[in-house]
Design a protein around this ligand. Structure first.
Ligand SMILES: Cc1cc2nc3c(=O)[nH]c(=O)nc-3n(C[C@H](O)[C@H](O)[C@H](O)COP(=O)(O)O)c2cc1C
Length: 356
């Protein structure tokens, strides 16, 4: 069995260990979604991860799902991101950008438009906007032309990401956002070539993956999936039929990694992992675990077919997580109050081991 602290090559990238920093939106941006300089410090502090995956980043204004979530569709945003990439590389890290379109998990207060989705089906719940907590509105179904534009937006953002030095891109296909909305029969009621049978519901995701892979290379492209995880009002009664079709399509495109979210249908994750020919990342996080439980959970996931393990909140609170786990040292606890706001507070001020 390969150990958590063994080096591994992923798509030509040498990772010093198998710990991945899971993508986490932290809201440290200007109101128009341009990264603030403090983001460079935050990500650089965590460069000892085998791979750092950025927070969900939007390739267009209408793709935005939450107030202060970060974007990459203007020159200023690209310049700000370039400085973050440089800071991570200066610390010896490896860095992927996560690209995300929120679809119906959005609100006009964020971008002035009716949110776009596969079909006009409203999500239960409230949007995270700048002020107040309005219900999600009924979204507008994308036209086929708008689907093509959306695919191109992903490809263009991936191209910029590669140009400014990101080592790869992870497409966000999980957690009830736009790509996931196309997969579910509850949110995708289309009667054209993008709706109906599993092959058709998988088509949009495959088109995005193909466009990104063509732009930056399949060996630098990965995808995040959460089969059966009901976040953001998504339901997937026929997931056992949809995901094998999707995985085979993604595999045929030569995508490097598939990254499964904690809370997914584990039986299906194991089955899909066996089908996948390249790197499987499993989000092993299950809440507030201590050092020994974390090492046990990680070891178990590695024996069950994962190649890499991702951790979210433990990386958030422990910039030196690999060193701490290797030393079997105690872990800092995270403070949810500052997950999405607070500037450097609860962001860049978590201590490293030597400073505890
Ligand atoms: C503050 C916060 C922000 C998150 N933002 C994202 C995101 O942008 N993209 C994503 O795919 N998952 C996001 N997640 C989910 C995490 O990547 C991860 O799957 C989840 O926290 C469970 O793992 P953990 O128990 O190790 O934290 C977020 C989680 C948290 C706590």
């Amino acid at each position: 069995m390969s150990g958590l602290f063994d080096a591994v090559t992923v798509g030509g990238l040498e990772l010093p260990n198998r710990l991945v920093m899971s993508p986490m939106g932290r809201g440290r941006t200007t109101p128009d979604g341009t990264p603030l300089p403090v983001m460079a410090d935050y990500y650089a502090q965590r460069a000892a991860a085998g791979l750092v995956i950025s927070e969900a980043t939007h390739p267009s204004p209408v793709a935005v799902g939450h107030a202060h979530s970060v974007r990459l569709h203007t020159a200023a945003q690209a310049r700000a991101w370039a400085r973050i990439v440089e800071a991570v590389h200066r610390e010896g890290g490896r860095f992927h950008l996560q690209l995300m379109h929120a679809g119906r998990i959005s609100h006009p207060d964020l971008h002035g438009e009716v949110p776009l989705a596969p079909s006009a089906v409203r999500a239960a719940g409230q949007a995270r906007v700048f002020e107040g907590k309005p219900d999600y509105p009924v979204p507008r179904a994308l036209t086929e032309e708008e689907i093509a534009v959306t695919v191109r937006d992903f490809a263009r953002a991936a191209e910029v990401a590669a140009d400014i030095g990101f080592d790869g891109v992870e497409i966000h296909g999980a957690n009830g956002y736009l790509l996931h909305q196309f997969l579910s029969p509850a949110t995708n009621r289309r009667t054209d070539g993008y709706g109906g049978a599993p092959e058709r519901r998988a088509r949009f995701v495959l088109e995005v993956a193909e466009a990104v892979a063509q732009q930056i290379g399949p060996e630098r492209t990965g995808i995040r999936l959460s089969p059966g995880f009901p976040l953001n009002d998504i339901t997937e009664p026929d997931r056992a039929e949809v995901y094998p079709v999707l995985l085979d399509g993604l595999d045929a495109l030569g995508l490097e990694h598939v990254h499964f979210v904690a809370g997914s249908d584990l039986g299906l994750v194991h089955q899909l992992s066996r089908r996948w020919q390249r790197t499987v990342i499993v989000n092993a996080g299950t809440g507030p675990l201590g050092t020994e439980e974390t090492l046990d959970a990680a070891g178990k996931a590695l024996t069950e077919g994962a190649d890499l393990l991702s951790f979210g909140r433990q990386f958030l609170a422990n910039p030196d997580l690999p060193e701490r786990l290797r030393a079997r040292a105690p872990l800092n606890a995270w403070n949810p109050q500052y997950f999405y706001e607070g500037g450097p507070l609860g962001y860049t001020d978590y201590p490293v081991l030597a400073a505890v």
